[in-house]
Design a protein around this ligand. Structure first.
Ligand SMILES: Cc1cc2nc3c(=O)[nH]c(=O)nc-3n(C[C@H](O)[C@H](O)[C@H](O)COP(=O)(O)OP(=O)(O)OC[C@H]3O[C@@H](n4cnc5c(N)ncnc54)[C@H](O)[C@@H]3O)c2cc1C
Length: 507
């Protein structure tokens, strides 16, 4: 027999399995049984508690779901994949399950070599165009907070992705946490384990391999060119190159592959001391034992324009995620323990063709201008910054608080960087947020700019059923760069979906 119940557990007892079992059985009115925790979340609305959904079994335990079985694909038909981000890697895993050989071309380096390039970037401003926070094995998600939630459940089964991550070394806690995350220190090991599975089952991963052009004849994909040199016949390509791949968008456009402009969002990274966020959310600092560093999700609007928090990183740091020389792009990440002293989040507002005009690349050019204007302020990766209350009150900051951002910050009135409607929307948002989180709008918090890569400014169209591009049979636009996902989990789900479509096509 199985009974599902909801219980509440005090934070300090969250790791006490015996206690949780006892109160679960009491609540179910059962003298004994085995319990399995299905979901776990923090409820900080009153006195912070954990809410747990648990299944109680009095008889035989149900059989576990059979694990994914990867076939040996050494001699199988290939499907090519451009990009080894979450979309590309999960497309490859799904192809192995289907018995199709994944052949990945990734412009960047393996995840360990990337670590060194990222250190150089942070310490000496030296950016490598093919190896940075966005490009290389693991894609943009490799050195991130590794948050793993999505509202896009229609795209497939998030559980399938979580199971595959656990199979490759992620903590099983991601299966029960309502807001799971892996962390920038743990992600590279998971990515290397995925690589091992792909290669071990006959797949290929080619690093330093940039898809520089495609050949389409009579509306059919016939070949891809690698690094402007090697032309390889190809009838099926999952194009999962991410939303930082500006040169890839331009290459597609020049080759007659139609693209569309789409709305996206821009703004700032706000950074507080983690203890400020803990104290606002939990009512005490230091936070009560057993509770994770607090996070937040905020939203508001200004004249029909959404303003919201995005990619909040508790106990994390702000990082430079530029991909080209002379551009400044910020993002955030946290280690698995979320144990750094700062909490940061993007606070962004929507921008659309009404703001940047029509034209396929109008949004991309708007993004590029903002990123290069920000770089030009200091001619370096040092970020323009302003105290939060000064920004809201229109005052230049005379001094700045400490920040986690490794290349450093410099005082700059951020209203001079953004169009007026972005500044006004952000100010309205911050005022609204402060009424939801008392103490959020403070001089002690600092804004760094710009945050520009929340989602893609371009969509690569695809047929709803076949998932192929309308004028290039065999080309499967995939993941965040094609405009079909946002974040690690939804990109992985889209990769799986494209793999299924590609297998149906090549059969
Ligand atoms: C610092 C940071 C932190 C983040 N934190 C989170 C988080 O906590 N949770 C979350 O859900 N999301 C997070 N994101 C966003 C998330 O990483 C992306 O949504 C996700 O990685 C998109 O997956 P993708 O596979 O579609 O593209 P990407 O991950 O961008 O991967 C694309 C890959 O394609 C390669 N490529 C590009 N052009 C070519 C070409 N022409 N030929 C060959 N290869 C090419 C690139 O090198 C790259 O490796 C974060 C992003 C960053 C940068």
């Amino acid at each position: 027999m199985e009974k599902v119940i909801d219980i509440t557990v005090a934070p300090e007892r969250i790791n006490d399995y015996g206690y949780i079992k006892k109160i679960a059985l009491e609540k179910a009115g059962l003298p004994n049984g085995r319990i399995k925790i299905l979901k776990r979340s923090v409820d900080a609305r009153h006195k912070p508690v954990y809410r747990i959904k648990a299944a109680i079994y009095t008889g035989k335990l149900p059989e576990p779901e059979p694990p994914a079985v990867f076939k040996n694909t050494e001699d199988a038909k290939p499907v090519f994949i451009a990009g080894a981000g979450p979309a590309g890697l999960f497309a490859a895993l799904q192809l192995l399950i289907l018995g199709v050989k994944p052949v990945i071309f990734e412009r960047g380096k393996d995840v360990d070599s990337r670590k060194k390039d990222i250190k150089d970037l942070e310490l000496s401003n030296s950016l490598k165009a093919d190896s940075n926070y966005c490009f290389g094995e693991g894609g943009a998600g490799a050195f991130s907070d590794g948050k793993l939630y999505t509202r896009a459940v229609k795209r497939g089964s998030p559980r399938q992705v979580l199971d595959l991550l656990v199979k490759h070394g992620a903590s099983p806690e991601i299966l029960i946490d309502s807001r799971p995350h892996i962390g920038s220190d743990a992600l590279p090991e998971v990515i290397k384990s995925i690589r091992k599975t792909i290669i071990g089952h006959g797949g290929e991963i080619n690093f330093n391999s940039y898809i520089s052009s495609l050949t389409v004849k009579e509306e059919k994909l016939v070949s891809v060119t690698i690094n402007e040199k090697e032309k390889i016949p190809c009838s099926a390509l999952i194009l999962a190159t991410g939303h930082s791949a500006a040169s890839t968008y331009r290459m597609l456009h020049n080759q007659g592959i139609t693209l569309e402009s789409k709305p996206f969002a821009v703004g700032v990274r706000v950074e507080h001391r983690q203890q400020v966020i803990d104290s606002i959310q939990y009512g005490s600092s230091p936070r009560p034992e057993g509770l994770p560093p607090a996070s937040y999700v905020l939203k508001s609007s200004f004249k029909g324009r959404g303003v919201y928090s995005f990619c909040m990183c508790p106990g994390g740091m702000i990082i430079p995620s530029s991909t080209s020389e002379r551009e400044l792009v910020l993002n955030g990440m946290s280690p698995s323990g979320r144990n750094l002293p700062f909490a940061n989040a993007a606070i962004v507002t929507q921008v659309s063709a009404e703001d940047f005009g029509n034209g396929v690349f109008a949004g991309l050019e708007f993004r590029e201008k903002l990123e290069s204007d920000a770089f030009n302020i200091t001619e370096s990766l040092t970020a323009p910054a302003q105290r939060l209350a000064d920004f809201v009150n229109g005052k230049k900051s005379e001094t700045l608080p400490e920040s986690s951002y490794p290349p450093g910050i410099t005082s700059f009135p951020l209203a001079e960087l953004f169009p007026g409607y972005v500044t006004q929307a952000l100010i309205k948002g911050f005022k609204d947020f402060s009424s939801k989180m008392k103490g959020f709008l403070t001089q002690e918090a600092v804004l760094l700019a710009p945050e520009t890569r929340t989602s893609s400014p371009v969509r690569i169209p695809r047929n709803k059923t076949t998932l192929m591009h309308p004028v290039a049979e065999g080309l499967f636009p995939c993941g965040e760069g094609a405009g079909y996902s946002g974040g690690i989990l939804s990109s992985a789900l889209d990769g799986i979906k494209c793999a299924l479509a590609a297998q149906a096509f090549i059969q």
